[in-house]
Design a protein around this ligand. Structure first.
Ligand code: AHR
Length: 523
């Protein structure tokens, strides 16, 4: 009996040495050994800001009108015009912030058109998005009411492209000044006594394109002017965000980091969508080749973000300026029969995998990335929620956000993955993506994505630096890559309890089903 025990423990030591050799980055799993992850649960340093899990709502298609806003007279249950079902659903994800009013719309938006009695507000053409009439019934007060109902921080993007320094300066005064002044008095006249104390403030959007077609040098100078006159009022400190680069425009990031004093900006934004601009492709009708290319594209985005981060590190080694990825996600063809300018698309398991892989990446880079905003929250691009009149459904992407909320404001834990590849036509992608955090109560959360659509992956996780005795989990998966929720089948893709992970002597063992996202909680 004793000998058997001894032999078994030697075998265990050999296995652990084989599986968990000294830590080194980017190892590749060999042979048919299980994949493995090492997590140092006592060595976390950086906090994963909850704002990494932020959102974006533009006056585009049915995001605002029909998505958030129905108006007070609607038969859809609402609170002061804002749909209750959408607010309740987003609160379950603990939505931390909401960016508004654009996007490209922001640099054509004049905030004074969206205040005062609704019937008197001027109408405008939404030139970017379908040429529809914007009646301005959803403006500053409605947006900030929405944020209060959600319990989310507002992130307002001001108009630098076609507005003026004075206009932006007055908007901040209108929103944030508590004393007597023309703008604060106007706010009171419109029914709001106390200021909102908005913090996150974007100074223009995509100013290299729809926001004015500027050069990086010109924008950097403009930013300095606009940022000068967007004032702090009372104790409130504006966290100003410079309009950042498009995808791989590293020169833009470098120019801003070099030419804007770092004390003048809290962050620099960046927009990078996972798409093929020549041919977006269908959101739901795709094969494994398109799936592989999508995940490859998503990993290319990560590689590009790393290069932007390297530039920021060069100019700001202390991580004072945040990278704010305030537009990202998948961009497919619009659903057949819908307005091409409305960017209404479905969201499948493929989108959920993109969300899971991207959020793991953002967690891992939380020293620099302090905020991201997936595009967009409701009815536009990779949305969390789709609505149709009074009906509402949650997309697979929604479920990823709801599962990953445990990472909000938790401490990132160092993690090494050693896994095999998911390969196609000579290209290899790492089959697993993961990140781990420890929350204020000491609970460890591990989010793992198996991107391989056809292969189950056996996985061992070595939890170092603590004693853990209990594990529970949830899983999001489906037999079909293009599985999605519809108004007729709203629960085709939804999370389920996952009890397959076993914990023994601080080693977790589990099998990750193909195309699955698992969230483990260990204590
Ligand atoms: O999210 C849709 C659009 O994509 C935004 O308006 C713009 O900023 C970006 O090009």
């Amino acid at each position: 009996m004793k000998t058997m025990k001894y032999t078994a423990s030697i075998a265990a030591v050999i296995l652990v040495t084989l599986l968990f050799p000294a830590r080194s980055e980017g190892q590749k799993q060999t042979g048919s050994l299980p994949a493995n992850i090492i997590i140092d649960t006592d060595l976390g340093k950086s906090v994963i800001s909850r704002h990494i899990y932020g959102h974006f709502s533009e006056h585009l298609g049915r995001c605002i009108y029909g998505g958030f806003w129905m108006g007070e007279n609607s038969t859809v249950p609402n609170t002061r015009g804002i749909r209750n079902d959408v607010v309740e659903a987003l609160k379950k994800t603990r939505i931390p912030n909401l960016r508004w009013p654009g996007g490209c719309f922001a640099d054509e938006y004049h905030w004074t058109d969206g205040i005062g009695p609704r019937e008197k507000r001027p109408k405008m053409v939404n030139t970017h998005w379908g040429g529809v009439t914007e009646d301005n019934s959803f403006g500053t007060h409605e947006f900030l009411d929405l944020c209060e109902q959600l319990g989310a921080e507002p992130y307002i993007c001001g108009n630098l492209g076609s507005g003026s320094v004075e206009e932006m300066s007055k908007w901040v005064e209108y929103i944030n000044f508590d004393g007597v002044s023309p703008m604060a008095d106007l706010r009171r006249l419109n029914g709001r006594d106390k200021p909102w104390n908005v913090k996150f403030w974007g100074v223009g959007n995509e100013n290299w394109g729809c926001g004015g077609n500027m050069t990086a040098d010109f924008y950097a100078d403009q930013y300095r002017r606009y940022a000068t006159y967007t004032r702090n009022y009372g104790d409130n400190r504006l966290l100003k965000i410079a309009g950042g680069a498009n995808s791989t425009d590293y020169n833009w990031t470098e120019t801003l980091m070099r030419d804007i004093p770092h004390g003048m900006m809290w962050g620099i934004s960046l927009h990078y969508y996972t798409t093929n601009w020549r041919k977006h492709g269908s959101a739901t009708q795709f094969g494994e080749k398109e799936y592989f290319e999508t995940i490859q594209g998503c990993l290319n985005v990560e590689a590009a973000l790393d290069r932007h981060i390297n530039i920021m590190d060069l100019y700001d080694p202390g991580n004072k300026v945040a990278l704010v990825v305030d537009e990202w996600g998948t961009w497919w063809d619009v659903e057949p029969g819908t307005n091409p300018g409305f960017l209404y698309q479905q969201s499948t398991m493929r989108d959920a995998i993109v969300a899971g892989v991207s959020l793991n990446y953002f967690n891992e880079r939380c020293e620099r990335i302090k905020m991201t905003n997936i595009a967009q929250t409701v009815n536009v691009l990779q949305s969390l929620i789709l609505t149709d009149g009074e009906k509402m459904i949650l997309t697979p992407t929604y479920h990823v956000y709801e599962m990953f909320k445990v990472h909000h404001d938790a401490t990132l834990l160092p993690l090494d993955i050693n896994c095999g590849s998911y390969s196609m036509n000579g290209s290899d992608l790492p089959a697993l993506s993961a990140s781990a955090s420890k929350d204020v109560n000491g609970l460890v959360h591990i989010s793992i994505v198996n991107i391989d659509p056809g292969k189950e992956i056996e996985l061992l996780i070595d939890l170092r630096g603590g004693n853990y005795t209990d594990v529970s989990g949830r899983i999001l998966t489906n037999s079909q890559l293009n599985a999605h929720n519809t108004f007729d089948t709203p629960e085709e893709v939804k999370p389920a309890a996952y009890s397959e992970a076993k914990l023994k002597k601080n080693i977790l063992s589990l099998k990750m089903p193909p195309k699955s996202i698992v969230m483990l909680e260990v204590k």
